[in-house]
Every structure is written in C-alpha cells, then in structure tokens.
Design a binder for this molecule. Structure first.
Ligand code: GLV
Length: 387
C-alpha cells in the first residue's frame, strides 16, 4: 500500500485509478467553478490560534449529530454514483463509516440499493432523498428506507434541477459507461476498476431501476434528473415528506438565514449549510462564509451542520469552532474509495481524525464539544461584508 499521509495523496491515487468520466463527475463544480474553488480556498483564509502549556492528555473528538453518537463531528455525505467510483462503493463506504463510528448517508442516486447497503451493514445508516415527480416512487422509497432501518432522512433541497457541469456533458456521463471509443480507450487503462466492476452485478442506479416509472434512459443521469426530479418542491411538500417519514429529518442545501429559519420552523432536527460542493448555483458564496449568519438567525432552534470544501481535519475544526455541530464530507472520502476501496475510506477518516485531534490540542483543547470561536483568527468581514 502506498504511504498516504493526506487527503491529497488519496486524491492523486484516485485520479490515476478511476475512469475519467467518474473522476470528472466528482471533481467538478457547475459553470465557471467559482463556488467550487471558493469552498476550499475560504477555509484556508481562516487561521488558528496556537496555545501552549496546556495539558493535552486524554483528548476526545466524540460528540453527537442529531442525537447519534459519533467518533468525530463528521458524517459521510450523500454522493451520486459512488458505486461507479469503485465496485460496490456504497457498501464499502458504509462499512468503513460503521467501523469508524461515523454516519454514512446513502443517496437516492446510488448504485448499490438501500436494501444492498442494509444487508451489508449492522448499524442504521442515513438515506438522502431526492424528491421525484412520481409520488408512488416517493412513498415507496420512504417505506423502503424505513424497512431498511434507516435512522435519519436527509432531504436535499438545492437540486430540483441539476446545475450544469460541462465535463459531464462532454464525457457523456452514464452508469454504466456506454461503449464509445473514448470510453473504451480510457477504461482499457483502468484495469483495477474494470476487474472490480466485472466482479459485481451492481452497475446501475440501484434505487431507481425497477422502482421508478417512465424513466426513458436510467443510465443517463442528466436526462433522468431532468425528467424525474420535481421542480415544484416547496415547503408544503417538505412538510408532507416530514410527516410521511415521521423520524429524524435533516434538510440539506441551506445557504440563507431565511431558509434556515423556515427549516427550523417546520421542525427539522438539523440543517446542512451547503452549496452542494459548488455543483449547483455557481456564484453562491462558500458555505463556510454562509455559516455564521445562519447560526445567528437560528440560535439553538435547530442543529447546524456544514459541508462543501472540507478536505482536512483542520477544516472540520474551523467549522466546529465557528459553531457548526457537525460536518459532512463528500469528495474527501470518494478520493479514498476510488484510490483503494474500503481501506481508502478508512484511511481518509483516519487522516481527518488525526488532523482534527492534533490541531484541537495545539489550540489548547482536549474536548471537541468545548471548542469555541476563540481558537480562530477570522479575516474581518469574512461572513458578511456584502451588500
Ligand atoms: C448529485 O447530487 C450531484 O451533485 O451530481
């Protein structure tokens, strides 16, 4: 196994091993990718305050997210097509998360189905819902999640339609890949990936194929999201979904205080401040800049988490110090998965945990639940100097 000390190391291996089409799908933002870039560079703007002569023994990164005990304030975010990054990707990532003690979120747009993941794990996982026009599908998928013992429903609010990512169109993104000359030439160089795919039967959108009606080409993600996703989704429908589900509800994709207040009002257990990793509205601010105004608006009315741009344990520490109760990582674990399967996801979690734990200690803390904004140096106007 190559020596891996950073998420960047995993990224480099992933890039070599994954088919171009799926690497590009992961490593893209929409349109100019400005928001995608800002998400990471804005974390780097924030600096940490070093403290000395503080007892650093017996440290803990344990906390809770929506009432669930977690080994660190990090959950695996829902990521489309995970089972195309590596054969059986969702199952492997869910197992790595379970063993590490952090939540795994299965997306509606997964390759392995809800039932597949439930059959290969022993603890409840979370399910992320995309709201489709097909109401029967919606009801059935919620029932399937309940039957699979899913412990929280994550409803993504910022993808009623797909943001345009130029590379996906140019690559003809599909699952499985279509046998075009360009794909065959690229896949011929990805023997490890190919062997894995030959060894699994999970190569289509497992939650959709055989479950949703009237999908003209279920392998074409761009076409079927346009056909199937409900552009009419509004707060009334979100309340309906809340009642249909009846359990822990997490609303993801909130960037404005007004929307955060609505989410709290309808009784969400947590919200995720997220611009979808810069994949939806290009030109939105980074989620770390959006965090504080939202915290100010909702106070303790709802747990506030954040995703988009987190690539290190220091990013987790910064988000938590600013006031987020939890974080979600997407690309950071996909790099690990595409690089070396389950062991790579575990490695990504270990790297992030080690960076979080040591940085917390260098900042003078032993317990993540006691970390406050005092450990940060935040540029003036960072969260709000905009008209
Ligand atoms: C789906 O969630 C995507 O961003 O492609």
């Amino acid at each position: 196994m190559p020596v891996v000390t950073t998420i960047d190391d995993l990224h480099r291996i992933y890039r070599r091993r994954a088919p171009k089409m799926f690497y590009d799908y992961c490593e893209t933002g929409s349109w100019t990718e400005q928001t995608f870039r800002d998400n990471t560079s804005d974390f780097a703007e924030i600096r940490l305050r070093q403290r000395v002569a503080v007892d650093m023994s017996d440290r803990s990164t344990r906390t809770t997210m929506a009432g669930e005990e977690v080994a660190m304030p990090v959950a695996l975010a829902p990521v489309g097509l995970t089972g195309m990054q590596h054969a059986d990707g969702e199952i492997l990532a869910a197992k790595a998360a379970e063993n590490f003690g952090v939540p795994f979120t299965l997306t509606t747009m997964s390759i392995c189905s809800i039932e597949d993941v439930a059959a290969h794990t022993t603890k409840p996982f979370w399910f992320q819902l995309y709201v489709m026009r097909d109401r029967d599908f919606l009801r059935r998928v919620i029932d399937r999640a309940k039957a699979a013992n899913v412990s929280a429903l994550v409803v993504t609010l910022d993808l009623q339609m797909l943001g345009q990512r130029h590379k996906d169109i140019k690559n003809g993104l599909s699952a499985p890949p279509k046998p075009t000359l360009a794909n065959i030439a690229n896949l011929a160089t990805k023997w490890r990936w190919g062997l894995g795919m030959l060894g699994t039967k999970r190569r289509q959108f497992g939650n959709i194929v055989g479950h949703a009606q009237g999908v003209s080409d279920p392998s074409d993600l761009i076409a079927w999201t346009a056909e199937q996703f409900d552009p009419a989704l509004d707060w009334d429908q979100i309340e309906e979904i809340r009642d249909m589900w009846g359990g822990t509800l997490i609303l993801k994709g909130i960037m404005e205080p007004e929307d955060a207040k609505m989410a709290a009002k309808i009784g969400a257990d947590a919200i995720v401040v997220s611009n979808h990793g810069g994949r939806q509205l290009d030109g939105a601010v980074s989620s770390i800049r959006a965090l504080e105004p939202i915290l100010d608006a909702v106070g303790d009315a709802v747990e506030v988490w954040i995703d988009s741009g987190i690539r290190s344990g220091q990013d987790v520490l910064k988000a938590v110090a600013m006031g987020a109760k939890g974080t979600m990582i997407g690309r950071a674990y996909i790099y690990g998965l595409g690089a070396m399967g389950e062991a790579g996801v575990t490695k990504a979690l270990e790297v992030i945990h080690m960076e979080l734990d040591k940085s917390m200690a260098f900042c003078g803390h032993r317990d993540i639940t006691e970390v406050t904004r005092d450990i940060l140096r935040v540029p003036r106007g960072f969260s709000g100097d905009w008209d």
